[in-house]
Design a protein around this ligand. Structure first.
Ligand SMILES: [Zn+2]
Length: 288
């Protein structure tokens, strides 16, 4: 991707130091109290297993915020951390235009582990969105895993895809789709509501890519064919079948939580090609 040197960056959308939001927990269950919700990018693990005790602060090693210095697109070449600000600003700028009432949130980067309203999480979770505090959590070390263990080519567009996918969950939180899905039984299997939710987040990521450079004030100046190819490559690398083959040497579709490589690529591309979030109907009968 190419960046717009003169564009303003807004580092206030990044967390990683200081307090976590200002309350505002949203009860997404019915009368059953606060339903804790966490949507990891790729791991086929029940959230309950990912989260430790909710003892706040324990083991939290938040990275010192390196983003305060990121004020212009031109800062990215000197300070590569600033690219995360560019992705975040661009993604949120698009959704602010596209979705009435869009609530701007923070991306909170960390290394090791982090305390969230969804409990403590470690890097093993991968990037995730916590609905209870409406924050995207990003262990930046994940990208080494993406290109290492998971075998993706990587690159800025692959990283931006990962973030845009998590923001897709924030959209689902606001539209109520996430709440609906959480109330429906089994969340695993190729056609499960859980997988459809994940594929829709991939589609939303694609929709953002389609619009990433449209706003003249966007920090992203160019998304090339090769960038898009790398984003799609990353979507395939985090497909459940690919991960299972790599980690377990066998594929068990019944335990899928995020969808096959083919479907993840397909829905990212559907979003990109249509540029229309309304086309991200992964819940349609024959969508998966
Ligand atoms: Zn996800």
């Amino acid at each position: 991707m190419k960046y717009n040197e003169g564009a303003n960056l807004d580092p206030s959308q990044m967390g990683g130091g200081g307090g976590r939001g200002n309350g505002g927990k949203i009860a997404i269950g019915g009368g059953a109290g606060l339903v804790v919700l966490i949507v990891a990018l790729f791991l086929g693990i029940d959230p309950g297993q990912l989260l430790g005790s909710s003892d706040p602060g324990t083991g939290s090693t938040e990275a010192a915020s390196p983003y305060a210095q990121c004020s212009r697109g031109s800062d990215i070449s000197a300070n590569r951390d600033c690219r995360f600000v560019a992705y975040t600003n661009s993604i949120q700028s698009y959704w602010k235009d596209a979705l009435g009432g869009y609530k701007t949130i923070q991306v909170h980067t960390f290394t090791g582990s982090v305390a969230t309203a969804c409990g403590n999480a470690t890097s093993a979770v991968g990037p995730f969105y916590c609905g209870a505090d409406q924050t995207v959590y990003l262990d930046t070390g994940f990208f080494d895993e993406l290109t290492g263990t998971l075998g993706a080519e990587g690159g800025d567009a692959a990283e931006a895809y990962v973030l845009a996918h998590e923001f897709g969950h924030h959209i689902q939180q606001q539209t109520g789709t996430m709440r609906q899905v959480q109330s429906q039984g089994s969340q695993t299997g190729p056609k499960s509501p859980g997988v459809r939710l994940e594929l829709q987040a991939d589609c939303y990521a694609g929709v953002w890519f389609a619009h990433a450079t449209q706003d003249p004030s966007s920090p992203i100046a160019e998304v090339s064919e090769d960038d898009l190819r790398k984003a799609v490559d990353a979507a395939g690398a985090v497909g459940d079948d690919r991960i299972q083959q790599k980690m377990q040497g066998q594929v068990n579709p019944e335990s899928w939580t995020h969808g096959s490589a083919a479907n993840r690529k397909k829905w990212l591309l559907t979003g990109y090609q249509t540029g229309d979030p309304n086309q991200c109907d992964t819940f349609a009968k024959d969508a998966v």
